[in-house]
Write a protein that binds this ligand. Sequence first.
Ligand code: WTA
Length: 635
Amino acid sequence: MSSYSIDSLEQYFKVYRKSVNKPKKFWGKIAENNFTWYQKWDKVVEFDMQKAEFVWYKNAKLNITKNCIDRHLANRGDKKAIIFEPNNPDEPSRFFTYSELYTEVSKMANVLRDQGVKKGDRVCIYLPMIPELVFTVLACARIGAIHSVIFAGFSANALSTRINDCNAKVIITADGGYRGSKTVDLKKIVDDALNKTNTIEKVLLVKRTNQEIDFKEGRDIWLQPLLEQAETTSKAEVMDAEDPLFILYTSGSTGKPKGMVHTTAGYMVYVAYTFKNVFNYKENDVYWCTADIGWITGHSYTIYGPLLNGATTVLFEGIPSYPDHSRFWNVIQKHNVNQFYTAPTAIRSLAKERIEFVQDFEMDSLKVIGSVGEPINEEAWHWYNDHVGNKRCPLVDTWWQTETGGIVISAIPFVTPTKPTYASLPLPGIRPVLMDELRNEIEGNQKLGNLCIDYPWPGIARTIWGDHQRYIDTYFSKFPGKYFSGDGALRDEVGYYRITGRVDDVIIVSGHNLGTAPIEDAINEHQTVAESAVVGFPHDIKGNALYGFVVLKEVGLWRDRNNLYKEINQLISDQIGGIAKLDKIQFVTGLPKTRSGKIMRRILRKIAEGEKSDFGDITTLVNPEIVEEISKEAL
Ligand code: WTA
């Protein structure tokens, strides 16, 4: 266990040096000492950065659920694995011990097998944050099916695109879901999505809201009666280290979402190790990550990381503002949460409410607080640090991505001194580098550049489902031999990293990654629209909000602006989901374009940010006059 848990800065530097000098030995030891294997590996790692090929723990055999559940039964059988906190605070919390988790996952696994789901099949999961979501994820892993969780805020159209991309055979959903004071008609959305897909054979249904649904005989199946009859033990499928564990879609610069594929052994080792260190988890702690399991943070740090360490993890169905803005703090007090992990957008939205909402609660249990998903601005950092962490709990600003599988740059609490807005130092095994536009590595500190990583780590995604070339092109081509994150970063005088934001056409709105291309596609579907461009602009709560520049086919149609605004946002909601709606729409007569027809987004970004005159060199535009026209009328 010696290098598994890092307890001092000196040890961090020692372990870090070891991890980069002898990565094979380092990751071999961690895997050897902390997990259950059916069969050990022949080689710790084999890779080719140019071809984006990575094999970790070659030929090892395992099942991740053996490590998440079975391994704990002897000593932690009666320990709480999951604390479920429902949307409505009047509904009682529910608890599942490791033994109960074993039973629930086994039953679910047996039902899936009975329904014909086999190793390698893709199963889409479109559920609210309820215990069945965790059970189905783990049940898939148990039987070797590849889960693809789709965030339950995505629209029918977005859902069908993902189902079609991975050719899922089964989808698991619920009648409906609770979200604050609203309910979401999940089954109806699935029905709509299935009109545009033809691979789904069965829809397995969880009852949550008891609302009426359209039930299609032969295709739709209620899970509850099957679970009641199911055997309570189940055999875990023997998986190869590199068998896919899940596909999780993330937005890209171009239209189609990217199905990031994570495999079994490397992902397991990496998320377990990083969870243990980044949150300083101790045996009896209660840990809470507020992220939805529809995103990578929920996969790695609500389910897999905590369970691999035998932790108690809180699963929260609700939202921070329901029934009022004290809900987070209330839950921390109620369950004596020790580690709390959330997103800057949530912090900013709560910081603008009355301070009593947070001060009225007893949060002495907290030891570590964390931030993820977007850069945390200085003001939010201090509010979180002062009022939630009480200036006593280290605030870990964790930088990572769907593609990295787990946290890659972060302070280690009680070890790394924190600095507001800095993610700080790389975790063991991670070799960040900054690159300039000429593809040269930037040496020295106090420098800004494109953030890359120049050696693989076990949690790195293996491919994009069905499109390995796109994986190479997106992440391994711009800076050959390196993984390019798509983010910019600044390295300070002591080598701490500060993430400055995306350098591509992905915009992070309220912590959600959104590509501009699919939003523009949705806008362009409106019959009056000729073309459009979407950029981000700074927003107090969301971090970034979306600004659309829209060119209409006929000038006369401009009169009905309000209606058009609503219709365009409705289209976006239908195609992608409410999270991608535009805050501002400016109707313009043209977009600034280069001679090759490329939209100069740099200029539109400046206009959206409120810039009136300094647009840099615009002489390469075919229509430089448009810049002044657009900026004059900017919203
Ligand atoms: C951004 C979420 C600054 C970044 C885990 C990255 C961050 C993208 C941070 C990935 C952070 C995530 N500071 N920016 N601590 N964490 N990001 O795939 O731009 O949903 O590339 O993974 O979020 O988002 P994703």
